[in-house]
Write a new protein. Structure first.
Length: 541
């Protein structure tokens, strides 16, 4: 037992300001070179488990802690955080919370400088970590201007430079495009093969299965519900809870009734109009760059029309978020123009545009500020001068949609990343804008939660168009009626999902990886006539 890298014995913890235990009586051990996948619903205690192992509990997060953690046979209770960080590296769920340096090289140097290493070794370790992750080209970039996926890779480089023997990854794939996620998983596999012990919290179970983790732990309400091999997972959990390969879901769903049909955008459906749909937002030859010598968007031309459910897909750093921020007036074109309801965004304030276009940021920390969830959700409608009775109803309905009805008095910034993401979505839902724009809506979300709120959002009355930026190809397969591929600041494709997503060579060129659900839909397209979720596809003969 003593030579095992990590042992967790009878671990329980309750946060000081909360009633129930966040984790309860958890015990397991890990061997050298093992990958353990930890899955479970958002808020089930996965991040709390990581905080206990890396020492943030009880040093930074206070409460009642019992049980013990041993690293290489030695209990860590008396260790300083500095000593723990040399043995245990952590990559947080939200890279915004981890990155402190203004330049990439400074960010990676931060931990090494705190170890008091000589300058020559620090420089060497920076380059080795960047090279290992194939991001040496980011070395001199400003961290502020990196995409979410690039920030995630930089955060991982900062941890690897410390050369820990145990690595804790809290949703490392959340902000990555599919090809980058695959590369990251291959790096994780290589690190494990080189002897590193890796505990990975991740909702993208199907993706992690590709690198053959030795075991998977499924958590529910702070307890371990399953701990064993991957082959036993599908029998231990419902297929609605965890995103499994399409073939597995279809095999099990065949015995169940087919899922109910989703009535998308009820405000638009059934109007009976045969005319060309109304244009809500128009991009006219838009170019933009954050720095004078660097152009990020090159000649973007497109329309967002009434009835559109648009999935925007593409690589990290392709310009997807930059493009969408022009629609809401957070950014203004260097040349060309953006029209919202026929009005140039140069002439409209962000507040004016917000009544038409509600935007959910990629990182919840860019949005959340209020002391309670209820106040967070009330803020937008109040500023749009909705009546108190209206606000009451809007807040109630938004909380129901994101499955947070019992958390309205909680402080948002004390919640898990996944719960924070749902609060940020609810805050925009409560505003009842005509167009809903969501940047990575499923980041930090378990499969059951995000399918639930996406189903509800698409059936909400009032929305006339929905646009979501995503790295989840299956989200586009299931919900979109239009797919836009963005790469290198240009639109590479724009059309029906059945057409755009059938071009597998183009997908790979845009760093997208065909999923088992996409492949299954393409195989059944002649019979189904459209793309479907796996549960519905199971009933197509």
């Amino acid at each position: 037992m003593t030579d095992l890298p990590l042992v967790v014995e009878n671990l329980s913890f309750r946060y000081r300001d909360r009633l129930g235990a966040a984790v309860h009586d958890i015990s397991f051990s890990m061997e050298r070179g093992e990958i353990l996948l930890v899955a479970g619903a958002s808020g089930c205690g996965k991040t709390t488990l990581i905080r206990c192992i890396n020492g943030l509990i009880p040093r930074s997060y206070k409460g009642e802690l019992s049980g013990r953690i041993l690293v290489n046979g030695e209990e860590t209770t008396g260790w300083s955080l500095a000593r723990i960080s040399q043995k245990i590296g952590t990559v947080l769920q939200d890279p915004e919370r981890q990155i402190l340096g203004t330049k990439v090289r400074n960010e990676i140097a931060f931990g090494l400088e705190n170890l008091g290493l000589p300058r020559e070794e620090i420089v060497q370790r920076i380059d080795q970590a960047l090279d290992y992750l194939n991001i040496l080209h980011l070395r001199d970039r400003d961290t502020f201007n990196l995409s979410g996926g690039e920030k995630q890779k930089v955060a991982l480089a900062g941890v690897l430079a410390m050369r820990p023997s145990i690595l804790l990854l809290d949703e490392p794939l959340a902000s990555l495009d599919p090809a980058s996620a695959l590369e990251t998983l291959q790096i994780v596999r290589r690190l494990a093969d080189e002897g590193m012990t890796i505990l990975m919290v991740e909702h993208r179970v199907e993706d992690v299965m590709k690198i053959h983790p030795r075991r998977v732990m499924f958590m529910s309400n702070g307890e371990v519900r399953y701990l064993g091999g991957l082959d036993g997972l599908s029998a231990a959990v419902a297929y609605q809870e965890v995103k499994l390969p399409a073939a597995m879901i279809m095999a099990r769903a065949k015995a169940d009734p087919p899922p109910a049909e989703i009535k998308v955008l009820p405000s638009v459906a059934g109007t009976g109009s045969e005319a060309e749909p109304e244009t809500l937002v128009r991009f006219e030859n838009v170019t933009f760059g954050y720095e004078a010598e660097q152009e990020v968007l090159h000649g973007i031309n497109l329309e967002i029309r009434r009835g559109d459910v648009i999935a925007v897909l593409g690589p990290n750093g392709a310009g997807k978020t930059t493009f969408v921020k022009h629609a809401i007036g957070l950014l203004r074109p260097r040349s060309g123009r953006v029209l919202v309801n026929g009005r140039d965004t140069h002439q409209a304030s962000v507040a004016e545009i917000a009544s038409t276009l509600g935007y959910v940021f990629q990182s919840p920390s860019h949005m959340l500020f209020a002391p309670t969830v209820r106040e967070e959700l009330s803020f937008g409608p109040r500023n749009l001068h909705h009546s108190p009775q209206q606000i009451e109803q809007e807040v109630k309905e938004a909380l129901e949609i994101v499955n947070l009805t019992d958390r309205e008095q909680d402080p948002p910034l004390a919640m898990s990343f996944g719960q924070q993401k749902r609060v940020s979505i609810a805050a925009i839902l409560a505003m009842r804008s005509r167009i809903l724009v969501m940047d990575e809506p499923t980041a930090g979300q378990d499969y059951k939660n995000y399918m639930g709120f996406m189903d509800s959002i698409l059936q909400m009355p009032g929305f006339e168009a929905i646009l979501f930026i995503t790295h989840d190809v299956d989200l586009a397969v299931i919900y979109a009626n239009r797919v836009i591929l963005v790469a290198d600041g240009q639109i590479r494709a724009d059309g029906r999902p059945q057409e755009v997503l059938a071009d597998l060579d183009l997908l790979r060129a845009c760093r997208l990886v065909p999923t088992s659900l996409l492949v299954a839909n393409l195989e059944h397209l002649a019979q189904s006539g459209r793309f479907m979720r796996a549960e519905a596809l199971a009933h197509v003969s």
